[in-house]
Design a protein around this ligand. Structure first.
Ligand code: ZN
Length: 405
């Protein structure tokens, strides 16, 4: 039945889809709450839900509490009615997850990207992993709903091709239509989206969809990116511009940015900017233990800067504090613009000392101007596989939600 939720739908199928979507989002939920929300008659609602139960898509969780009379039936979706594959491809790793419909990770496969990992080699790894994951978990292929892919590098959505794969060690990505190649090999729907969007989607579905409609996911690593959920829907912005948040200007007389402008957030709060500032200050004579561990200051790697931060190297702490200050200003601008309820911060810098605390404090202090519009600024908790989980989530959403086109 779930496959009928895509494409042309009869009015009845539309109603089944809506009920499934509400049970997915709000379950465990009573029939009376569903009738209230949909406006369907009680008998119609019961009959439709029964069809969903018969199809194995939803069931009574047994969690209803009796208030004297009969225990109310509380519906939830059946997480193992179908399965999803979520993939994240980056220049460091390719991750393949087998997920149930609650986005629970059942098993993970990982490929370390090296000189061997050309486009075809990597996609063949994904195909091989899909077969292995299904076989090892005794799942028949028809119960796989589809494969979702998350990519951080820019790509052409229509052609399914990465448009800039320079950061990948091995070649063979330029003309490879990832979507066609994978769907042919696996005979199932394959969807692709930007990694930051997918992180926002997974955070929303896993943690916030019951109470909030608007969330923003931001991350600061090599680039500064953001993905958005508005009114419960993923805003699929232009892929090429996923790092545009980093090029928001926060000081018109500021530092030169890699894009040619002056004073972009990227020039202050990204990993390359932080590293550059640390190197510059050591060259000027400031002390840091990093000075003693390299022969040439230009050799200082991102990794070493992050390590120095964890060891609370005073110079690195000072630089990160400044980077976080600017990030907090950028966050405030973003919050003012999109008026979100929640901002989730992910990326390499967030778990390191000071960065998150300073940035969120700066943003919160500026929000005092609007005391009746509180914004929660939160660290991403499920960071590690969040993009691949979001990729799987996108497949389920494709079948069960009304998507923005
Ligand atoms: Zn810039």
């Amino acid at each position: 039945m779930i496959r009928d939720f895509v494409g042309y739908q009869s009015p009845k199928t539309k109603s089944l889809k809506l009920l499934y979507s509400l049970i997915r989002k709000l379950g465990p939920i009573k029939v009376s709450s569903l009738t209230e929300m949909t406006g369907y008659k009680h008998t119609t609602c019961v009959r439709l839900i029964d069809e969903l139960v018969q199809a194995g898509l939803v069931y009574d969780s047994g969690l209803g509490e009796s208030s004297g009379g009969r225990r109310p039936v509380m519906y939830v979706i059946n997480p193992t009615a179908f399965y999803l594959i979520g993939v994240e491809i980056t220049n460091l790793f390719t991750t393949v997850l087998l997920l149930d419909l609650n986005l629970k990770i059942l098993e993970t496969k990982k490929l370390k990207m090296d000189s061997q990992s050309t486009g075809e080699y990597t996609i063949d790894f994904v195909t091989k992993s899909v077969s292995e994951l299904l076989a090892r978990n005794h799942i028949q292929r028809e119960r796989l709903l589809g494969i979702g892919i998350g990519i951080l590098d820019p790509f052409d959505e229509e052609k399914g091709v990465m448009t800039n794969s320079d950061s990948f060690v091995a070649g063979g990505w330029e003309d490879l239509n990832i979507v066609d190649y994978l769907s042919e090999a696996n005979q199932c729907p394959v969807l692709i989206n930007n990694g930051t969007n997918l992180a926002a989607l997974a955070e929303y579905r896993l943690n916030y969809s019951k109470e909030n409609k608007n969330i923003v996911f931001v991350s600061s690593d090599m680039g500064i990116r953001c993905g958005m959920i508005q009114q419960g829907k993923l805003i699929s912005n232009k892929n090429e511009m996923d790092d545009a948040f980093g090029h928001m200007i926060i000081d018109i007389h500021g530092q030169r940015c890699s894009c040619g402008s002056y004073g972009c957030l990227q020039a202050y709060s990204s990993l390359p900017a932080i590293r550059e500032e640390v190197v510059k200050r050591i060259k000027r004579g400031e002390t840091s233990y990093l000075k003693d561990i390299v022969n040439d200051l230009e050799e200082i790697s991102y990794h070493q800067v992050l390590e120095a931060l964890e060891k609370e190297d005073p110079l690195c702490l000072e630089v990160i504090k400044e980077a976080a200050y600017y990030f907090g200003i950028g966050l405030t601008n973003l919050i003012y613009l999109v008026r979100t309820d929640i901002v989730i911060c992910g990326g390499t810098l967030v778990p390191k000392p000071l960065f998150f605390d300073v940035a969120s404090e700066i943003a919160q202090s500026r929000m005092k101007k609007y005391p009746n519009s509180p914004v929660k600024i939160i660290k991403s908790t499920t960071a590690y596989h969040i993009v691949a989980q979001g990729a799987g989530c996108m497949v389920l959403d494709y079948f069960t939600e009304e998507l923005l086109s």
